[in-house]
Design a protein around this ligand. Structure first.
Ligand code: NAP
Length: 251
């Protein structure tokens, strides 16, 4: 039987779940693509490939060579570049799978900002011991910010160590989650954290820090998502699987 190829741009729980939902179908060949940055990506069902495509032209070339029936962009809401490349790769049906952002609950003290730079500007006026969970890639936004450098503690939590030298006020915690409210409460208490910085990633795996912050009455500086890409969009792996099957079953 000729199989239809589904390319999933991954790196998220949702991508892995979608691969799990589709890979059992005999008529589908499911390939999940990773950027190849983390050393231990949790393997999804089906096939995987790793590494950038080398820009929009490289992605187009890959699509021409492998002729997938659909591309599902299930990358992280903050993975702006690869999503823009996927949006520009016309000629193949595309679908965006992105989890909803978080919504504020009673008792939350959120300061929403539109950039990491703005978040760094607000940290010194919001607390003295900050938990920074915005990822390692642009951690220099905080570690080189004069106001942040003057604080007693920047507790930086990320999956892989940053590739830059860290100043003395940074304490690094390497952890990938999922996190529980109990473990987050413990982390905040142990380090006497009085402000949390996070990206509006959405989902359950990393939301416990917001719950622990609410419980302790401490502010959260929350970085808003970049603008969404112009692609048909679904919110859950189940919806995405249904749309893929619908599309592949033809008119
Ligand atoms: P990005 O800035 O949008 O992408 C940078 C480059 O990485 C892209 O131009 C592309 O390289 C390559 N790339 C990214 N995702 C890829 C994929 N799934 N398959 C193949 N190449 C990919 O992305 P990012 O923010 O660095 O995130 C990298 C990966 O980590 C993404 O897959 C994302 O889902 C995951 N992730 C990101 C975050 C976050 O906060 N940004 C959080 C959790 C997981 P080429 O131009 O060479 O094709």
């Amino acid at each position: 039987m000729r199989q239809a190829t589904v390319l999933i741009l991954g790196g998220t729980t949702e991508a892995r779940e979608l691969a799990g939902l589709l890979a059992g179908d005999d008529d589908l060949r499911v390939i999940t693509s990773y950027a190849g940055r983390t050393t231990d990506p949790r393997k999804p069902a089906g096939e995987t490939r790793s590494g950038g495509f080398r820009g929009p032209a490289g992605l187009r070339a890959w699509l021409a060579a492998h002729a997938p029936a659909i591309l599902v962009d299930a990358t992280h809401p903050f993975a702006e570049t690869v999503s823009a490349h996927a949006a520009a790769a016309d000629g193949v049906p595309r679908l965006r799978l992105v989890r909803p952002g978080w919504t504020e609950l009673r008792g939350d003290r959120w300061l929403r900002v539109d950039s990491l730079d703005r978040a760094a500007d607000l940290v010194p006026g919001s607390g003295r011991r900050a938990l920074i969970t915005t990822g390692r890639q642009r951690i220099a936004t905080f570690t080189t910010h004069p106001g942040c450098r003057a604080l007693p503690l920047l507790l930086v939590r990320c999956v892989e160590p940053p590739e830059i030298e860290l100043p003395a006020n940074v304490h690094l915690v390497l952890d990938r989650g999922p996190f529980t409210k109990e473990s987050e409460r413990d982390l905040l208490e142990r380090h006497a954290i009085d402000v949390v910085v996070a990206k509006d990633s959405g989902g359950d795996a990393t939301r416990a820090k917001l719950d622990a912050a609410r419980e302790r009455g401490i502010p959260v500086i929350l970085v808003d998502r970049p603008p969404s890409v112009p692609m048909p969009t679904v919110r859950t792996p189940a919806e995405a699987a249904a749309r893929v099957r619908e599309l592949l079953s033809g008119p």
